[in-house]
Design a protein around this ligand. Structure first.
Ligand SMILES: C[S@@+](CC[C@H](N)C(=O)[O-])C[C@H]1O[C@@H](n2cnc3c(N)ncnc32)[C@H](O)[C@@H]1O
Length: 258
């Protein structure tokens, strides 16, 4: 009988520590680096290359090593999946980027990590939808609040989400999903409308919350961030086939600490 147990942070962490996911994200860290769109927005909003930056949900270090190669050398990156952090550390050593601080930490409880707690960061990033892989809106708000707390006034935050309302087909599918929720016929493992839990060959199991725009704007405002920009990735830069195969279209968000 299929499981009806609700997805928790422990489910997500176990899915990212799974060897299938570890190989997937380690390969991206070795061969992909920053997406063209990430590079554009990072250069635009993170103008001080010497400022201490914090990358949440860094995985095996795909974007972290890309930031290092782009000249950002005061980097602290963390993830709650130990296997991915191990991969990131060994890749950084191999690439001469050992000064990057790769830490094991949970975005919803940064006070437990003294290195992060005791630094005032000049900017934060939570790339490739990592924030949306935190189950439960109150927990995603907790993560936004924690990032706000450890950032200096004026610091930028860059993150991405999938967009529930992006295409007509998606809007129709979500209307069907809304009917399932009304009837109580949704996947019982999901916590909130907008959640998905699926498995793909070569990637493993993925939990993802797909928000609408109102939700993100409200969550930023509730956690002290001022929304300054959002746009679909395709309007920021054209991506290679490899990037489009690795990740579907997404929306970039930029906010600044009040
Ligand atoms: C889609 S992966 C992206 C990894 C990497 N940033 C990249 O682009 O290849 C999302 C990452 O967020 C991490 N993550 C999810 N929830 C987290 C949390 N509460 N604290 C820390 N990391 C978390 C996952 O372990 C995973 O490595």
């Amino acid at each position: 009988m299929p499981s009806t147990k609700k997805i928790t942070a422990a489910t997500v962490r176990a899915d990212f520590n799974d060897p299938v996911a570890v190989v997937h994200y380690a390969r991206a860290a070795h061969f992909m680096g920053l997406w063209a769109s990430e590079r554009v927005l990072i250069e635009r909003h993170f103008t001080d290359q010497s400022a201490p930056l914090l990358e949440a949900g860094c995985g095996a270090g795909r974007a972290t090593l890309g930031l290092w190669d782009a000249g950002y050398h005061n980097l602290t990156a963390f993830d709650f999946a130990e296997e991915l952090i191990d991969q990131a550390r060994s890749l950084a050593t191999e690439r001469g980027a050992a000064p990057i601080r790769f830490l094991h930490a949970d975005a919803t409880a940064l006070e437990k990590c003294h290195v992060i707690r005791d630094t005032s960061f000049g900017g934060a990033l939570f790339l490739f939808n990592g924030l949306m892989q935190i189950p439960g809106r109150k927990n995603r708000r907790a993560a936004l609040g924690e990032l706000h707390r450890v950032c200096a006034p004026g610091a930028p935050l860059l993150f991405t989400t999938h967009d529930r309302e992006q295409t007509q087909v998606e809007r129709a599918l979500w209307r069907l999903e809304a009917l399932r929720w009304e009837r109580g016929e949704q996947d019982p493992r999901l916590l909130e409308f907008g959640d998905r839990y699926f498995e793909e060959v070569g990637t493993g199991r993925t939990f993802m919350h797909l928000p609408d725009r109102t939700e993100i704007l409200a969550d930023l405002a509730a956690t002290g961030w001022t929304h300054t920009f959002d746009a679909l990735r395709k309007t920021v830069a054209a991506e290679s086939r490899a990037v489009r195969d690795f990740s579907d279209e997404c929306r970039f968000w930029v906010a600044h600490k009040n």
